[in-house]
Write a protein that binds this ligand. Sequence first.
Ligand code: 13P
Length: 249
Amino acid sequence: MRKKLIAGNWKMNMTPSEGIALIGTLKDLVKNDEVDVCYCVPAIDIVPAVEATKGTNVAIGAQNLYFEEKGAYTGEISASMLVDAGVKYVIMGHSERRGYFFETNEDINKKAKKALEHGLTPIMCCGESLEQRQQGLTISWIREQIKVGFEGISAEDAVKIVIAYEPIWAIGTGVTATSEQAEEVCADIRKYLAELYDAKTADTIRILYGGSMNAANAAELLAMADIDGGLIGGASLKTDFGKIVNYNK
Ligand code: 13P
């Protein structure tokens, strides 16, 4: 049985003090032993967020890392820095980073390997644009993202990766994929993972859905067979996040 993961992606929101206040507000609302909970916070919020969530059920994630070990990479953050700060998860390949910062599938593969080497759990994002969906290219596009993202990663490591399927047209738009649309792609990702690895590996990997998930639609999406959690943007900044975490109550 795959344990569900409900992950908030704060994106570029919340100053450190605002973040601490939000963590305090959500503290009692996000208690649910049946799911894993994490907040992927801006880099500067990591240290105070780890401190503010100590002794709670909430883990802290980062929104990015650099794939080199250390050195002259001004502005970048390494895997060992994240680990030392107490981070557990790290998002990579979010469509905003692919779109605005030209992150490629190859970069994402290198980031996943570096994260795994340091014991961080990658949350590897994939997703198609509206145009690609309309042209019937969704499945082939996502398969390519997964293929390159997982290249050279053993089955033993692959099971530690969390995939987030986030259709770009559903992100921040208020347009959620229907549970059938989301399930169709998540099920195909699992099928493809079984081809790349084996059925057991594919059955172990958690696949999240992201894109306008909110308190009203979470339960239906999370009831789908191949959707193992959510990556939540806008609704993770509000008390609604507690309702999503407790979707099964
Ligand atoms: P929204 O929930 O705001 O649509 O964002 C989804 C997302 O991009 C999470 O990574």
